[in-house]
Write a protein that binds this ligand. Structure first.
Ligand code: IPM
Ligand code: MG
Length: 357
């Protein structure tokens, strides 16, 4: 019986996760998957309960599970804490603990939602991008890191480090993904300024030699940020380091219409972790307003990558499309002529659509 570790986290995390578990239970029923769910603590709620953003118990649960469903972490309550014990650290340490080096963030425009994007219909229609983000290296993790006092005032340092091995393995993921898509990889870096980017570019170029059927282009990250809004359809797979991938995947979300729609899968050598790209949105937490679709679509990725059940994954994706097609929208994507509904109702409708098949 596949075991799913459920880490609801903070803010809207618990709300969107609850709807997602609801949908997964229906998927389990329909496809005879007999899933088992077990909850764990991560982030601010874990700090409140145990003093640590990533309790050992949670690490153990994740390691013994077949997949992890995660909501979101962070909020104003913990904003005053310093970086080593912030809620976000819990997630960052978990990614590292599980060697989740490859973060897949697909941004595909839904036909029913084209007008929800702040960009013009002609610009976004048909856009279909996969951001492959390196997730456990770069400036997020490099040593030294921290703030120290000096006679002239405080001094802060973050260190960006990449090794050949780290770049190679994420480039492989990007090229493999491109083979199943439109066979184009855009590698993002800042090779005109950063040493890590110079290494990145060289390694990606070498990896590309084994994939003659894939077109490789290199793009500076600032230019990529611009190109994403100018002409998103030029992209197929974007591969980027941890920081650039973080920024560009939020930007890609706006092409789709709302960050409330973007799922992600974090994969490595151990248990895969699935989470919406959005954060904990404390301003709307507990109000039944959040869009659960990013979390639900993350569950589809869970079915596909960790449980190897593409049929169930596609069924969940189709159920989401159907509900959107019927005109139901959470507030973030609501427009005149659509039916605005709550988080719970959205979860119910997707679950119903999935049950009907
Ligand atoms: C993300 C988030 C995280 C990140 C935060 C919450 C640490 O923004 O998953 O994109 O920066 O990786
Ligand atoms: Mg982010």
């Amino acid at each position: 019986m596949p075991k799913i570790a459920v880490l609801p986290g903070d803010g809207i995390g618990p709300e969107v996760t609850q709807e997602t578990v609801k949908v997964l239970k229906v998927a389990a029923e329909r496809f005879a998957l007999s899933l088992v769910f077990e909850e764990g603590l991560l982030g601010g709620s874990a700090i409140d309960a145990t003093g640590s953003p990533l309790p050992k118990e949670t690490v153990r649960l994740c390691k013994e599970s077949d997949a992890i469903l995660f909501g979101a972490v962070g909020g104003p309550k913990w904003d005053a804490l310093s970086t080593p014990i912030r809620p976000e650290r819990g997630l960052l340490n978990l990614r590292r603990e599980l060697s989740l080096y490859a973060n897949l963030r697909p941004a595909k425009v839904f036909a029913a939602l084209i007008d929800a994007s702040p960009l013009k219909r002609a610009v976004v229609e048909g856009a279909d991008i996969l951001v492959v983000r390196e997730l456990i290296g770069g400036i997020y993790y490099g040593d030294p890191k921290g703030i120290e006092k000096t006679p002239e005032g405080e001094r802060a340092v973050d260190t960006c480090i990449y090794t050949t091995h780290e770049v190679k393995r994420i480039a492989e993921v990007a090229f493999q993904a491109a083979l199943k898509r439109r066979r184009k990889v855009t590698s993002v870096d800042k090779a005109n300024v950063m040493a890590t980017s110079e290494l990145w570019r060289g390694v990606v170029r070498e990896v590309a030699e084994a994939y003659p059927e894939v077109t490789l282009e290199h793009m500076y990250s600032d230019n990529c940020a611009m190109q994403l809004v100018r002409d998103p359809k030029q992209f197929d797979v974007i591969v980027a380091d941890n920081l650039f991938g973080d920024l560009l995947s939020d930007e890609a979300a706006m092409i789709v219409g709302s960050i409330g729609l973007l799922p992600s899968a974090s994969l490595g050598t151990g248990t895969g972790l699935y989470e919406p790209v959005h954060g904990s949105a404390p301003d709307i937490a507990g109000k039944d307003l959040a869009n659960p679709l990013a979390a639900i679509l993350s569950a589809a990725m869970l079915l596909r990558y960790s449980l190897d059940h593409d049929e169930a994954a596609r069924a969940v994706e189709r159920a989401v499309e159907e509900v959107l097609h019927q005109g139901y929208r959470t507030i973030d994507i609501a427009q005149t002529g659509t039916k605005q509904i709550s988080t719970k109702r959205m979860g119910d409708l997707v679950a119903e659509a999935l049950a009907k098949g």
